[in-house]
Design a protein around this ligand. Structure first.
Ligand SMILES: [Zn+2]
Length: 262
């Protein structure tokens, strides 16, 4: 059975560690030490690494981990140089690894080189469970900063993810949930689901637990960046920009600007 564990690194990043059929994979090791300590403590070797994008907090640990586990194969975005990368992916690929079927999507917006990894498992009750490893694309109740892409690109990338079934688990790489909820409530003060989510996430953090993974259903109900058709989100964006906004992409662009200066 697929086991997925978040390893906290740096200030507020998570490296996702996957174990299935006796093999192990880590995603976006921005720091080597905590990952190697976990592997050692649990008597695991490392077979694969996935890299979503080029930022330092996603790639800095790669070389040291590769030195310790030289047989490990590194799959990373092919839109930019990634240290030690063995296999370059540009999105659109499908392959089997660790007994799982993987699909790679190109999701520009945060950076132009950004990719995400999708797989699925079969639960005991026979129901299909989707999993998406979203890097710095969609976050719990937020999304990454728009460093390189356009609002149109970022909006389309986010929507490809939330078009997956509502039960899909989203494994993002930052613990930004409470700050994101704070902003989401600034945009939609009357969103009762977001208020509920604030309580749940606060309790999780107080107990020292991660607030992620999140789900597509949670994001559709509370994440302003994928709710650009919601009346309160449109109203907030039009108030901030002083313009009537026609398209969801335009609303997204303004909401992203609002968050940058919040
Ligand atoms: Zn990033």
């Amino acid at each position: 059975m697929l086991k997925i564990t978040p390893i906290p690194i740096l200030q507020d990043n998570y490296v996702w560690l996957l174990e299935n059929q006796g093999q192990t994979l880590v995603i976006d090791p921005g720091e080597a030490e905590p990952v190697m300590a976990y592997l050692k403590q649990h008597n695991l070797s490392l077979d694969f690494m996935f890299i979503t994008h080029k930022h330092w907090d996603h790639v800095t640990g790669i070389a040291a981990i590769k030195a310790a586990y030289p047989d490990c194969i590194i799959y990373g975005t092919g839109h930019h140089e990634i240290p030690c990368r063995d296999i370059a992916l540009i999105g659109g690929e499908a392959f089997d690894l660790m007994g799982l079927s993987w699909r790679v999507w190109h999701t520009p917006g945060h950076t132009l080189d950004h990719i995400v990894f999708h797989t699925h498992t079969q639960e005991d009750n026979g129901i299909k469970q989707d999993h998406i490893f979203s890097g710095d694309n969609i976050f719990a109740c937020g999304c990454g900063r728009m460093f390189e892409g356009t609002a149109e690109q970022f909006h389309a990338s986010l929507h490809s993810i939330v078009s997956l079934p509502p039960s899909t688990k989203i494994y993002c790489t930052h613990e930004y949930t409470l700050a994101n909820i704070h902003f989401a409530l600034h945009v939609e003060p009357n969103n009762t689901y977001t208020l509920h989510r604030q309580d749940v996430s606060s309790q999780q953090r107080e107990a020292g637990l991660p607030t992620v993974p999140t789900t597509v259903a949670d994001e559709l109900k509370s994440n302003p960046f994928v709710r650009c058709n919601a009346p309160d989100v449109i109203r907030a964006a039009e108030h901030f920009s002083g313009k009537v906004l026609g398209k969801p992409e335009e609303v997204f662009a303004v909401i992203r600007q609002m968050k940058d200066t919040f």
